[in-house]
Design a protein around this ligand. Sequence first.
Ligand SMILES: [Zn+2]
Length: 452
Amino acid sequence: MSLMLRIKRVPTVVSNYQKEEAEEGARRAGGCGRNCFNKCCLPGAKLPLYAYKRADSIANEKSLVGLEDSEAPMAFLDSLVLGEWEDRMQRGLFRYDVTACETKVIPGKNGFIAQLNEGRHLKKRPTEFRVDKVLQPFDGNKFNFTKVGQEEVLFQFEASGDGEAQFFPEAPIDAENSPSVVAINVSPIEYGHVLLIPRILDCLPQRIDHESFLLALHMVVEADNPFFRLGYNSLGAFATINHLHFQAYYLAVPFPVEKASTKKTTTLGNSAVKVSELRNYPVRGLVFEGGNTLEDLSNAVSDSCVCLQENNIPYNVLISDCGKRIFLFPQCYAEKQAMGEVRSELLDTQVNPAVWEISGHMVLKRKEDYEGASEENAWRLLAEVSLSEERFQEVKALVFEAISCSLSDADTASQNPSEEDVEDQSAEDMLAMQQGSHTAIIAGTHDCLVIQ
Ligand SMILES: [Zn+2]
């Protein structure tokens, strides 16, 4: 199979003057002077464009049989994300140096990861909206991503029109078509921490829809790197900006939730998406995998998210394992917090249990919490985030109704879990990941074909 990624060169600017003239044109056309990512400043602006190939069958390993002779997974998207991210670090666009933050794996069987991040706490954009409503209308007066500087935006990300992955180093930004973009998070919690903002100029509120979730899943599939995870926080589950966005970053160790065992609950009839429940993990959650197509997997999760949103149940989502496994956690920490039900020693840490913390990467704000971090403390905090068993089963029933699974199948499986329904994440896989963590994050090479 030939290489799928192609670079199409656009005519090079031969003189800096040419470039300045283009920028001047933008200013004359009514730029607001801040070089923002809104219609005022976009005319004439260019950004790299990564167009991914629509894949139909990546989630289902069986359907990949026959493609085994293909090239090794390419690391091009990784290189693009990290190359651009490091460029912004050189340019001093981050609020602090995340690579200087101390990180350790907490001793114990779960392998919780603790990071001391004092800068994020002090310099983060404040949450400015109520936390008791999962769905809230977009408010253009509050901070949103059209207000970021263009220098914070790394590239445009979209489906390729002609079935081949493509890369354009300098593509015009078509404001009328509202591009999806990848931007830096100026308050990073790890190396390569970026935001995926679907159809940025449409100013969508923070709520999952089918198309945006599929875009996010495609990004993880394209990165094809087990260290690259993508997460989502709903409002009420510690999203801090009400403008649709996903977060992603690289961490070269397995997340505790990825190692947790699961109990198979059901397989969805039409799509063959398998749904499991986490076992022996402090936060109760569902795990989605498989499916006849990537879109099947994506739809099963986004249907579930839509159901939770409509029922005003805050939740977090983690996409891991190169897009093969998706974790969904309904949560109630903010609600408990508001009702005064969270113990003061947990509140004192000021840790906001969003998707990363729930997955086992604890971002701690105080040195004493970092130094005293233990598996027991991490577990205790996360247990407060989880729904009770009773409530979780109610919510699961709601979700299953929404994704119209066979109830009889679900009932028999959950009441009577047989040995074969219980799975541990393959020890071999985890070992491979741990060994990988001692090497560079990107293992592959740049496989791209340049079309002159
Ligand atoms: Zn502007």
